[in-house]
Design a protein around this ligand. Structure first.
Ligand SMILES: Cc1ncc(COP(=O)(O)O)c(C=O)c1O
Length: 393
């Protein structure tokens, strides 16, 4: 739907939601929809979660913003939580994923500058997504995202994803490589899960060459893959981790978390943001982490996510045109042999919210609070849609 007043940046679906509860959204006509998108991996605790609603109500009656000219109590609390859960050292709070990655890219550049490296390079992956700001779209491995925005930011060297040899070769060819920026699972790129041990191999290479390993956990982080951070599946520690999306369950927030040298390269004046780390966003982050810990949601995501992928593999097994079912935790991709963006509208008409990415891959990002009955409804709904779509072209 094209708007006369909004810039034409999104092809919006003709539906407007008025409220939600858990994994259900209601439109302005009162119709219910099962939400398997979660606002693109944001509302992991579902909609109108009582603990988050209460925290935001309380906080908004006290303070929403004071600025980073002063100490913000919950910045320290949320930073401590993130450090405890991630094994990292220090946090910078921003407002979005792209901003978190901008901070990471600046950390890499500043590290290079401190080390006397001119023209530093960051290794990035084909088919990646890191955001829409100039630096992050330059890092992104998708020409559609970059088209029309030349000149791009320089200093990125691109290699194929899930290919350790390609990284080694890129480092051998360029002595100025200072960092690797990588998604642990490519989300926008079609839910591509690398081979187990990929991040571990990158960690070893980074250690060998004194290069920063920077992991973009904006989509995967805060439990989405069944661990707090997806790098924990490989039992490694990165040098920089970026977060956003699920950390605020819908309140805009971003975080760049660093360790060791990378955690100390910024000094006053090197980086900043007016809104980043404001009391409302920090309170949301603290409430999200408390709630996830109290209810043990992330272990459930690990178990139920693996079961869900298996269930889809079985339910779609005999349907010609299904190329692959893949996923990690509650990040599931179903790749078809043809473009399938129309499925989103077909699903909407049936009261089901799904996403299609890269044109041919159904992406499911259910909220962690989805009930068993709703999960079954999702499996049945998607299986029926895919069958209909592939058998009645
Ligand atoms: C892996 C990854 N990095 C960065 C971003 C950009 O985040 P934002 O849209 O909050 O700027 C996204 C958003 O989809 C993402 O999935």
């Amino acid at each position: 739907m094209m708007s006369e007043t909004l810039m034409n940046t999104y092809a919006r679906l003709p539906v407007m939601f008025s409220h939600g509860e858990g994994a259900t959204l209601f439109d302005d006509q009162g119709r219910a929809y099962l939400d398997a998108v979660s606002g693109i991996a944001v509302c992991s605790l579902g909609h109108a979660h009582p603990a988050i609603a209460q925290a935001l109500c309380e906080q908004s009656k006290k303070l929403i913003h004071t600025s980073n000219l002063y100490i913000v109590e919950n910045q320290l609390k949320l930073a401590n939580d993130l450090i405890r859960l991630s094994g990292m050292d220090k946090v910078f709070f921003g407002n979005s994923g792209a901003e978190a990655n901008e901070a990471a890219i600046k950390i890499a550049r500043k590290t290079a500058s401190n080390r006397g490296i001119e023209n530093p390079a960051i290794i990035v992956m084909e088919n990646s997504f890191h955001g829409r700001t100039l630096a992050t779209l330059s890092a992104t491995g998708n020409t559609k995202v970059q088209e029309g925005f030349a000149p791009l930011v320089q200093g990125f060297v691109r290699v194929p994803y899930d290919n350790v040899e390609a990284v080694k070769n890129a480092i051998a060819a360029n002595p100025n490589v200072v960092a690797i920026l990588v998604e642990p699972v490519q989300g926008e790129g079609g839910v591509h899960v690398p081979k187990a041990g990929y991040l571990k191999a990158l960690r070893e290479i980074c250690d060998q060459h004194n290069i920063l390993l920077m992991i973009d956990e904006i989509q995967t982080g805060v439990g989405r893959t069944g661990k707090w951070f997806a790098y924990q599946h490989d039992a490694i520690l990165p040098d920089v981790v970026t977060l956003a999306k699920a950390l605020g369950n819908g309140v805009p927030i971003g975080a760049c978390i660093a360790r060791g040298e990378a955690a100390t390269v910024f000094g006053p004046g090197n980086h900043g943001t007016t809104f980043g780390g404001n009391p409302l966003a920090m309170r949301a982050g603290v409430a999200v982490i408390n709630t996830l810990e109290q209810h043990n949601y992330i272990d459930q995501v690990a178990q139920q996510g693996a079961a869900l992928v298996e269930t889809f593999k079985q339910s779609l097994a005999n349907i010609a045109g299904v190329v692959q079912v893949r996923g990690k935790g509650y990040m599931i991709g179903i790749q078809l042999d043809r473009p399938c963006a129309d499925l989103v509208k077909m699903a909407l008409a049936k009261g089901l919210l799904i996403n299609v990415t890269r044109g041919d891959t159904i992406r499911l990002l259910p909220p962690f609070v989805m009930s068993q009955a709703q999960t079954q409804q999702l499996v049945d709904g998607v299986t029926q849609l895919v069958t209909e779509f592939l058998t009645n072209p």
